[in-house]
Design a protein around this ligand. Structure first.
Ligand SMILES: [Zn+2]
Length: 461
């Protein structure tokens, strides 16, 4: 009897411990309703200390997005059953008054339809249709300030006839109506995408070295399954180049959409840790093979910057769009790997040069760091900035490559430099500082890269 009691109390304390370290998220959606309700439950804290933060940007988007504009009905719940209305704060957050009441739950709604109408860039907005709900995590999930490193238990509830798919745990046989996920922390929760509804189609691509999926929503008849071929080829080519695959699984999320207005832009795609999201206008003929370069590029981001990055990229300041000095590296190095190294496209060098030559003066006169800081919020909204950033980064990679190969008689190349960054990140588990980048690459290549590095820091002449 005694032993049993001891064991019982031990289990209790373990359960308690887990309960203390977790936050629960509940996402509620009714089929055909273009809104979702989010409920966050956490260990009680004083109402005056509780801020509900709604993201204003996300890693790799390089844009300010006012997601709080689509949030409504914010309510805080106290342990004694009182309801406290959320009040909008001085930034992208809600407060719950000055009382000492203990708050342990908040809830709010997000209007997905309004989001899609107001955000002209399809790659920043979630989508709601009669048979489909496609969500970017960061567009709907907020967090209680200070609790973002805690592990998360997510539960999704929707119509019993609707299957649920998430890039967190891709599967061709999604659960119907309800599903739950254990997630490492807030950043991982919002990095993922969530596709709900009878309109969602999923296939697993055979013979891939890791579980590889295509998840699609199409408003027309389109050969979306053919995306599996360039998807598999991209994965194989990237694995050959880098020599390993860091993702446990990967999903290509594709939306084929009838534009909701002529001003809406379906040109940008978005990378995530273990997935990419692409949007295609159904009025343009789709040829999956033409997406090969795009897929290699976005999948390549799963190496850099998603698993090797400079300061500002991660940990991320969700309530502002943080200033990032290394966008040229994040984008340009992967452009170089994708198009020059893997696809062997020599002509692209001229295109990168022409992007630099044809830039307006306000771009040409900026040095590399200054242009990256500018691109932190305006990379795609003025794509001359974005194009210049990746062109400079890619051409720097080209110069580094030539220099390393020359100095080592072809024994080493740019690949050693980029692998040096990846290995450094694996060992150090933090963002590299700006002045650490060149020494890390020089050491890995066994060549002093200072002269090439310094040349590219300046504004072009
Ligand atoms: Zn990119």
């Amino acid at each position: 009897m005694r032993r049993i009691i001891v064991l019982f109390s031990f289990i209790l304390s373990i359960t308690n411990l887990n309960a203390q370290q977790k936050i629960s998220y509940l996402l509620n959606n009714q089929a055909g309703v273009n809104k979702v309700t989010i409920q966050i439950t956490f260990d009680a804290l004083s109402a005056s200390d509780a801020n509900l933060v709604i993201p204003k940007s996300a890693p790799g988007t390089y844009i300010l997005t006012n997601y709080i504009a689509f949030v409504d009905d914010v309510v805080g719940y106290t342990t004694t059953g009182k309801q406290l209305p959320g009040m909008i704060g001085d930034g992208s957050f809600f407060t719950f008054g000055e009382s000492d009441d203990l708050l342990n739950k908040v809830s709010y709604t997000v209007d997905i339809q309004k989001m899609e109408i107001d955000l002209l860039d399809a790659s920043t907005s979630s989508k709601a249709r009669e048979d489909y709900l496609g969500l970017f995590g960061y567009s709907v999930f907020g967090f209680i300030e200070g609790l973002e490193t805690m592990s998360v238990n997510l539960m999704i509830n929707t119509d019993p006839s609707w299957p649920i798919f998430s890039t967190l745990r891709p599967d061709t046989n999604g659960q119907y109506g309800t599903d739950s996920y254990e997630v490492e922390n807030y950043a991982a929760l919002v990095d993922a995408q969530y596709l709900l509804g009878t309109g969602v189609q999923v296939i697993r691509v055979e013979e891939a070295p890791i579980p590889l999926y295509v998840a699609a929503y199409a408003e027309t008849t389109v050969d979306w399954k053919s995306i599996g071929n360039p998807g598999l080829l991209s994965l194989q080519k990237l694995a050959d180049y880098f020599g390993y695959i860091p993702m446990p699984h990967y999903t290509l999320v594709y939306e084929f959409l009838d534009p909701i207005s002529v001003r809406h832009d379906y040109g940008f795609n978005m990378e995530h840790l273990n997935s990419m999201t692409a949007h295609r206008d159904i009025n343009t003929k789709f040829d999956a093979n033409r997406d090969l370069g795009t897929i290699i590029h976005h999948m390549g981001h799963s190496w850099v910057p998603l698993r090797s990055y400079g300061e500002g990229y991660r940990p991320f300041s969700w309530q502002v769009a943080p200033l990032i000095e290394t966008i040229w590296l994040n984008e340009g190095f992967i452009w170089y790997v994708s198009f020059h190294e893997i696809l062997k496209n020599e002509e692209i060098l001229n295109w990168w040069k022409s992007n630099m030559d044809n830039a307006p003066d306000f771009i040409k006169t900026k040095n590399l760091k200054e242009l990256s800081l500018l691109g932190s919020t305006q990379y795609g909204s003025d794509f001359r900035i974005g194009k210049n950033l990746f062109s400079r980064g890619a051409l720097m990679a080209y110069d580094l490559d030539a220099h390393i190969q020359k100095q080592t008689n072809g024994k080493k190349s740019f690949k050693d430099a980029i692998l040096g960054l990846l290995n450094w990140s694996k060992d150090n588990q933090r963002a590299f500082k700006y002045n650490e980048i060149e020494p890390i690459m020089s050491k890995a290549a066994g060549v002093d890269l200072g002269p090439v590095w310094n040349k590219w820091q300046n504004a072009p002449e």
